[in-house]
Write a protein that binds this ligand. Structure first.
Ligand SMILES: N[C@@H](CCC(=O)N[C@@H](CS)C(=O)NCC(=O)O)C(=O)O
Length: 223
């Protein structure tokens, strides 16, 4: 089982964490969508990561991959819920994280800082300020309210909803723009709850190493 993706991609992170939480054996293979291999389009016509390769079977899209892994490994811990409202909320919060949160974090903060620099462009401070001041507070407040009186986003234990939100928020951690605990106590307690799980801690170490190399490329270029 191979997960093709990038260490700093929130969708790759989501799939990787789900596989780790389920105890599935897999190999992570770096695939940079901005410098892709020749067979990228054959693997995913939408030319996005992550992509799962399970023997001869290839599957794109993080949500499809998570559903596939959940269904294939029935005896492993589940990351979905059977109860209809909790199941529905798992999918809804995953969708919220994958669309609105992704847009405002990755396009609003992460890309204007890191991808710009990797491409040799200056940091777009105006875009970052706009996302932090105008777009993200609305996203955070919704999630903060959803967590009122709850430990997890859907039902009474960890689901894909929690991994999806966390996976997007980690890019704010890398960018040093996580929101404050004072402003969003429920959301930040939830973030810490996932961050301190052995799976997330292990994955974070490998991301830090990857980010360190990327930052070195930038600083060598600017030297
Ligand atoms: N809905 C897709 C989104 C995947 C996605 O947007 N991946 C980004 C990396 S985080 C990508 O491949 N971007 C390449 C591009 O925009 O050209 C999923 O859940 O897998």
């Amino acid at each position: 089982m191979i997960i093709h993706g990038s260490a700093l991609s929130p969708f790759t992170r989501k799939v990787t964490l789900l596989a780790m939480e389920k105890g599935i054996a897999f190999e992570s293979r770096d695939l940079n969508p901005y410098a892709p291999p020749d067979d990228f389009e054959a693997m995913n016509p939408l030319k996005r990561i992550p992509i799962l390769q399970d023997g001869k079977f290839t599957l794109a899209d993080s949500s499809a991959i998570c559903g596939y892994l959940e269904t294939k490994y029935v005896d492993a811990p589940t990351l979905y819920r059977k109860e209809p409202t909790a199941y529905g909320y798992t999918l809804w919060i995953e969708e919220y994280a994958d669309t609105a949160l992704f847009t405002d974090i990755s396009e609003g903060v992460f890309r204007p800082i890191f991808i710009n620099q990797l491409l040799g462009k200056p940091i777009d401070h105006a875009a970052v300020a706009d996302a932090l001041l105008n777009a993200l507070p609305i996203r955070f407040q919704y999630l903060e309210n959803r967590l009122e009186g709850r430990t997890w986003f859907a039902g009474d234990r960890l689901t894909l909803a929690d991994l999806s939100v966390y996976s997007q928020m980690v890019n704010l951690l890398h960018a040093e723009h996580l929101p404050s605990t004072d402003s969003y106590p429920n959301l930040m307690a939830h973030f810490k709850r996932i961050q301190t799980r052995p799976t997330a801690e292990k994955l974070h170490q490998s991301e830090i190493a990857y980010l360190g190399q990327a930052l070195k490329v930038i600083s060598d270029r600017n030297a």
